[in-house]
Design a protein around this ligand. Structure first.
Ligand SMILES: [Zn+2]
Length: 292
């Protein structure tokens, strides 16, 4: 008789630690020691995207920001044994008013994206939807097409705002001529993914964490049970899980805790969980590993 405990439905109980590539962490806005918890949970690799927050950047200020991520943040992660990559962008929401040196900013972006640690363009999204925002959104998609780089598109946590903005996103993506496979929408859930599921987009980022009662929650994250429900409806290759780590309340162990629950509570195989927390992101963003 097997000494292994069994779940009610005969699935094997057990947890196998899995290496994690957390592809959506705004760790530059957090305490460095969060990296220690992430490393203890199995995170070997992260990607740190640009976000909005520095309105009207000059080319010089933007260059300094890119360098902070490419050098300082990569170094900070390396101290904890984590291999960090970055995504760079001029966030359209930062360009609320003209005049802005858009040509200079996009030239600088193209230069900085050549860095070995820059593996995606992002995040980008629309805030007001002004013509300037739309222009800088499309021009960055065109740049991503030229550089053959994946793009992170940030989406609103509010379902109504998301539904209202989606047609504009689809129109601008089409206008840019970029291959939809290069686009990864972030902060997805089943409802948000449904209208995109058959349009040929790249794998979507899904922020996850066990349920909590945060005092400063900025974005809701999916629990393990919600991930399983989503996978009942859509195929596993559509998704990659992340902590969606940012300046709001967030558990640095959120992703590994969900990976643990997917195995021990839902009986998902190690291969399936590994695909969700590491492999798909690695194939999407670290193309030299994919091609080697
Ligand atoms: Zn983000």
């Amino acid at each position: 008789m097997s000494s292994e405990p069994q779940l009610e439905h005969g699935r094997r109980v057990g947890f196998e630690p899995i290496p994690i590539f957390d592809h959506h962490v705004h760790s530059d806005g957090r305490n460095a020691d969060d990296y220690e918890w992430m490393a203890l949970g199995g995170t070997t690799t992260v990607m740190v995207p640009c976000t909005s927050g520095e309105p009207h950047p000059s080319r010089r200020a933007f260059r300094a920001r890119c360098r902070r991520l490419l050098h300082d943040e990569v170094h900070r992660a390396a101290v904890y044994g984590i291999d960090a990559y970055v995504a760079l962008s001029v966030h359209p929401g930062d360009l609320a008013d003209e005049p802005v040196d858009l040509d200079g900013l996009l030239d600088e972006l193209a230069v900085q994206l050549n860095h070995d640690r820059a593996r995606a363009l992002g995040e980008i999204s629309l805030r007001s939807g002004s013509s300037l925002e739309r222009e800088v959104f499309v021009r960055q998609l065109v740049l991503a097409k030229e550089l053959d780089l994946p793009v992170l598109v940030e989406t609103s946590p509010d379902p109504k705002c998301y539904s209202e903005a989606l047609p504009t996103y689809l129109e601008l993506i089409k206008k840019s001529g970029v291959n939809p496979e290069l686009i990864s929408f972030m902060d997805m859930d089943a409802d948000k993914w449904r209208p995109l599921a058959t349009l040929g987009f790249g794998p979507a980022g899904v922020a996850v964490s066990p349920a909590s009662d945060p005092l400063f929650g900025v974005r809701r994250k999916l629990t393990d049970t919600e991930v399983v429900r989503m996978l009942d409806e859509f195929s596993i290759e559509h998704f990659m899980l992340n902590t969606g780590f940012h300046f709001g309340s967030a558990d640095p162990m959120g992703l590994v805790r969900v990976a643990h629950r997917l195995q021990v509570r839902h009986g998902m195989s190690v291969d399936e969980v590994h695909r969700l927390v590491d492999e798909t992101a690695r194939c999407t963003f670290l193309t030299d590993e994919r091609n080697s």
